[in-house]
Design a protein around this ligand. Structure first.
Ligand SMILES: CC(C)(COP(=O)(O)OP(=O)(O)OC[C@H]1O[C@@H](n2cnc3c(N)ncnc32)[C@H](O)[C@@H]1OP(=O)(O)O)[C@@H](O)C(=O)NCCC(=O)NCCS
Length: 95
């Protein structure tokens, strides 16, 4: 019951963070900085429009999933499937 109201709801509006990623030439750990910057824009939209979740499609690799989990996202799909990507969401409890 992700939307908090109904267990049979098929669609829930989310803020999509699309194509977050850094250049292969950058070795410094800047991922959290990039994500924080994106989430600040989401927070500003949330202040005006509301909503409950940010959504992204992460590369389905344990290290990438761990990165997003450290940044408060969690998977809403099974990472054992063959898909190259895994959908993850972050609730807005902390915004
Ligand atoms: C996820 C990301 C933002 C994290 O950035 P960061 O905090 O600076 O950390 P790093 O880039 O060092 O990545 C953390 C670890 O994940 C690994 N990793 C990152 N992307 C990976 C990928 N696509 N496949 C496999 N491993 C990956 C890194 O090699 C690193 O491993 P290490 O800790 O053993 O050195 C950044 O790695 C990134 O942009 N990755 C590419 C994401 C991508 O492929 N996007 C395209 C589809 S949306």
């Amino acid at each position: 019951m992700l939307d908090g109201h109904s267990s049979d709801r098929k669609f829930i509006p989310c803020y999509l963070i699309g194509q977050l990623g850094k250049s292969d030439t950058i070795s410094e750990k800047i991922g959290s900085f990039l994500l924080d910057d994106a989430m600040e824009t989401v927070r500003q939209c949330h202040d005006s429009l509301g909503g409950r979740f940010a959504l992204l499609d992460a590369v389905s690799h344990p290290k990438v999933i761990a990165f997003y989990e450290e940044n408060l996202f969690f998977p809403i799909e099974d990472s054992e499937t063959d898909s190259e990507n895994i959908r993850m969401i972050r609730p807005f409890f902390d915004l």
